[in-house]
Design a protein around this ligand. Structure first.
Ligand SMILES: [Zn+2]
Length: 321
């Protein structure tokens, strides 16, 4: 059924798709963009002015996707393994969304610029990815960490950063949001992302085990926004096989880009509950217990120094499903 905004949306889609096709044209891997490649089948325009919070593991709403449509997202980069992930995506002419940690972007700006020039969307994931999550910080400190992340990523990507990010996409580290921070982001037109399914690649695993796990989960729901971590070696190694399997099984890639909506969303079914909330509560209470045991007189609660190589938050543990 045609509705008034639909022709406008079609026009947006057509011009966005033309952009994708043009982006494929001059690429050195243009032969890979033929019918044998997985490719990028369509664009989903994300309009932050709609006050979006998307991803069924955390929010009761997600991006509207058809059967066998998937969105690929990658958190916590860039890192040394990001090039391999970008090579795999390029080979199949697939466009994805990267949620970057600000300090990693500042350390590896060339990879940020490659993500952009390869046609991917570059979103935000805080400056420091605090081990105890943004939720355990004061509201002002959390806002500062988020804002510094916007600036660091945009400086790496475009040469200059502003208070307002160029791409208004944000994902909370460990999905540990707060109502105040979500409202603050949404009031600034920044879309908040959870995810629909994940590869559990924050755990040590083999590429084959990760491939089997994510394909098994995907085949149960047959669509959705998928979360990976590009710094993880297992993810970088399995990505070529994963993309080939998607093609073989008839999946289509949807690429999220910021723009004027309407953004089509889909509500969760009855009985929906947050998966991540229970995980966060368990992790934070465990962390506070172990911190109490470790604390010496005068020590106090401090955020641990994060490891040199970016690693996913502790709160991003095995899902219940
Ligand atoms: Zn993360």
């Amino acid at each position: 059924m045609m509705t008034p905004p639909f022709p406008k949306r079609l026009a947006t889609l057509a011009s966005a798709l033309a952009g994708v096709l043009l982006a494929c044209g001059p690429s050195p891997a243009k032969d890979a963009c033929g019918p044998k490649a997985l490719g990028t089948s369509r664009i989903a325009v994300i309009d932050g002015s709609q006050k979006l919070a998307l991803g069924l593991q955390t929010y009761p709403q997600t991006l509207a996707l058809g059967d066998h449509e998937v969105v690929l997202t990658f958190d916590d980069g860039p890192s040394a393994n990001t090039s391999a992930v970008l090579d795999a995506l390029e080979e199949e002419c697939v466009r994805a969304t990267f949620f970057l940690i600000g300090r990693n972007a500042a350390a590896l700006p060339k990879l940020v610029r490659r993500e952009l020039s390869d046609g991917h969307t570059v979103g935000h994931h805080s400056m420091t990815h605090p081990a105890l999550t943004l939720r355990s910080m004061s509201e002002s400190a959390a806002k500062e960490d988020i804002a510094r992340g916007f600036q660091a990523v945009d400086k790496a990507a475009y040469g200059a950063g502003d208070a307002q990010p160029r791409t208004p996409f944000f994902r909370f580290p460990g999905f540990a949001d707060t109502p105040a921070l979500v409202s603050w982001l949404q009031s600034r037109g920044i879309a908040v992302f959870g995810t629909d399914l994940w590869a559990s690649d924050w755990q040590q695993t083999t590429p084959q085990a990760e491939l089997d796990l994510i394909l098994g989960r995907l085949e149960r729901v047959r669509k959705g926004v998928i979360l990976f971590h590009d710094p993880r070696p297992s993810t970088a190694k399995m990505m070529p096989d994963f993309l080939r399997e998607l093609k073989k099984r008839g999946y289509k890639i949807v690429h999220m880009v910021p723009g004027e909506g309407p953004t089509a969303v889909q509500n969760a079914g009855p009985g929906w509950t947050s998966t991540t909330e229970a995980i966060i509560a368990k992790t934070l209470s465990h962390h506070h217990d172990s911190t109490r045991q470790r604390t010496r007189p005068g020590g106090g609660l401090r955020a641990r120094q994060p490891p040199a190589a970016p690693s996913p938050s502790e709160t991003e543990r095995e899902p219940a499903n």
